[in-house]
Ligand binder design. Structure first.
Ligand code: FAD
Ligand code: SF4
Length: 294
């Protein structure tokens, strides 16, 4: 094991969280290391094949997880540069104001957030611009207050969808255009990256038409010389100071070897489950890394 390098910032994971953060901070000139356990997802015909993507789960991890009763299952998890946004549906809705308050669930209360919707509103606006979100303000009665209109027009309905939308509206209901993050130009199709193919949600985009974390975050971030991405770098553990209050370094497995990286700031952006798993491994696991299973 060796101390390889030290950085101002280490970001673990390249999905919606990590990829977007890397993009935002790249221009600061800070020395940034991004660690991602996956590789780039290959561009191949199978990207748009239902049989491959859903039938054979070609892009899902082969890992086996266990439920609370100890039953094994395969998580529908994708480990690629770009994380789950490689296969997401690009429907980018804002949380509602009430989502930041205490919410009672079947198994307990999710406490109120310290920050509220209005604290996030300016960042939603920035993120919608970055992710080219196409939407129509004022259609959705549950929509929270916005400081401005969508920067991109709503994605037009296909004829059958328009009929359905009209029929639903006639009943006094409020169908709305789903806000979608697409590199789509319906006015001048020659300028459009998205071709409105028959797939999208659940599929990788063969033509990079989806505004995902690779296209919008990682690729532009890597244009800055101060940003380094290491792929197939699975972070196994966060190491702390003696008090246990500060993360001092990050331990990652690369090519079967353990490496340590030091960071003034460490951002854990491995997705909801894997971030929790990493924190638990770091806090509790006294076994050697070779004995870990996830
Ligand atoms: C099929 C599908 C459709 C979806 N559609 C939508 C949608 O339309 N709209 C929407 O808002 N959301 C959608 N989602 C959810 C959305 O993709 C996720 O909420 C979002 O990607 C979460 O971002 P994240 O950064 O937290 O995690 P992720 O995007 O999952 O990224 C985590 C990254 O961390 C990496 N990683 C994990 N563990 C480690 C480790 N130990 N070391 C190093 N790297 C690690 C992973 O490989 C991954 O790249 C969809 C998800 C799926 C699966
Ligand atoms: S071409 Fe457009 S509709 Fe098809 S997968 Fe790509 S972004 Fe989605």
């Amino acid at each position: 094991m060796s101390i390889d390098n030290s950085y101002d910032l280490i970001i673990i994971g390249t999905g919606a969280g990590g990829g977007t953060l890397a993009y935002k901070l790249a221009a600061t000139g800070k020395k940034i290391l991004i660690l991602e356990r996956g590789t780039y997802l290959p561009k191949e015909k199978a990207n748009w094949s239902t049989a491959e993507v859903y039938g054979k789960e070609r892009y899902h991890t082969q890992e086996q997880w266990y439920d609370s009763a100890g039953r094994p299952f395969r998580p529908q998890m994708s480990y690629w540069v770009d994380g789950n946004t490689k296969v997401y549906g690009a429907a980018l809705l804002r949380l509602r104001e009430r989502d930041f308050e205490a919410v009672e669930h079947k198994n307990g209360i999710s406490p109120a957030w310290v920050l509220k919707y209005h604290d996030f509103e300016p960042y939603y606006t920035q993120a919608e611009k970055l992710y080219e979100v196409h939407g129509q303000q004022g259609e959705d009665p549950t929509e929270p207050p916005r400081s401005g209109k969508y920067a991109y027009p709503p994605v037009s309905h296909e004829p059958r969808m328009q009929q359905l939308s009209d029929a639903i509206a006639k009943q006094g209901l409020h169908p709305f255009h789903l806000p979608l993050g697409l590199k789509l130009n319906e006015v001048d199709r020659t300028l459009s990256t998205c071709i409105r193919c028959d797939t999208c949600d659940g599929f990788p985009c063969l033509v990079n038409g989806k505004a995902d974390a690779e296209v919008k975050g990682i690729t532009p971030a890597l244009k800055f010389p101060n940003v380094t991405l290491k792929t197939v770098a699975k972070v196994m553990r966060l190491l702390t100071s003696e008090s246990g209050r500060e993360i001092t370094s990050v331990e990652a497995e690369i090519d079967g070897q353990m490496h340590q990286f030091q960071g003034d700031v460490v951002v854990v952006a491995c997705g909801a489950t894997n971030s929790a798993a990493l924190l638990l491994r770091s806090a509790n696991d006294k076994r050697s890394p070779s004995q870990w299973t996830c």
